[in-house]
Write a protein that binds this ligand. Sequence first.
Ligand code: ADP
Ligand code: MG
Length: 321
Amino acid sequence: MAGEFDLIRDYFRDATVQRDDVALGIGDDCALLAVPAGKQLAVSMDTLVVGRHFVADVDPDSLGYKALAVNLSDLAAMGATPAWATLSVTLPDADAGWIKLFMAGFVELAKKHQLSLVGGDTTRGPLSITVQVHGFVEPAHSMRRNAARVGDLIYVSGQLGDAGLALLAQQGLYVKQGCLSSLKQRLDRPEPRVELGRVAAMHSHCAIDLSDGLGSDLGHICEESNVGALIHLDKLPMSDAVADYVAESGDWSLPLSAGDDYELCMTVPSEQQAAFEAVMQQQDVPVTWIGMIEQGEQVRAMSPNGDVDAYVARGYDHFAN
Ligand code: ADP
Ligand code: MG
């Protein structure tokens, strides 16, 4: 069994990229970091706990990837550019093989974003992973949940419901051959929309990443901005697999309520529509108009037949009874 200091030396120190703004990285009591002049530091943290967010025999490589991805998705939703991360790993025992695989997934994604791991903590206990990410944002161009205005257009990136369908398949609740491996990829290794968020922030003041599902997450925007939203179900972007599921079941909960997609939902003032749509066309995932910010305080959804219903939030609450 490796010791704590062996693990740090072998798997955390020098694991990711070198950056000029890291004056001192892993190895001392603190990291010393230089924030570029004129930028704000965007900071976010997420914890993944065994039995709550993942199963004990989870593929460690995917877990390493996802633990960082969900954090980078938060930076993307602010329009921030990732720079650094810290990582707290709690393990039942010093399983170097597990850590090696976990870090392979973590580092794969970190390198894509020029992100440097600058510190962390390694302790013994029930398996739990905490990642904190740090990024830079232009003060005038951060996207905040409280900045939606009546009349803004609402857009989402990518396609909705893939991760939810993968989860149904994994639980044996949906059986269909073919597309399942690409769906599983969407659940296990979500692609944080970092570049898209950075570009969107030039034209949008308000965004959220979709971790709990569109209805619930857009509800957070409405609450923080004191507005309502009307979304058109027939505009929701879906993969063929999710569209088939909706057509067969008549159930819109996958694109509307399922979590874990880590796409971005952004609101755009109408005077920015043309410029926003032009730059979004350059992105490698589609960005789709799905509705409007309106007066009110709730999310409403219009069915293809024209019926409008209030969306009842079913986002995940860890402390709900
Ligand atoms: P201290 O006892 O001063 O808190 P530690 O022994 O916990 O220091 O950690 C030594 C160094 O290794 C520190 O720079 C710390 O940030 C880093 N480190 C420890 N665990 C991790 C980890 N899981 N990921 C990245 N860096 C880590
Ligand atoms: Mg410590």
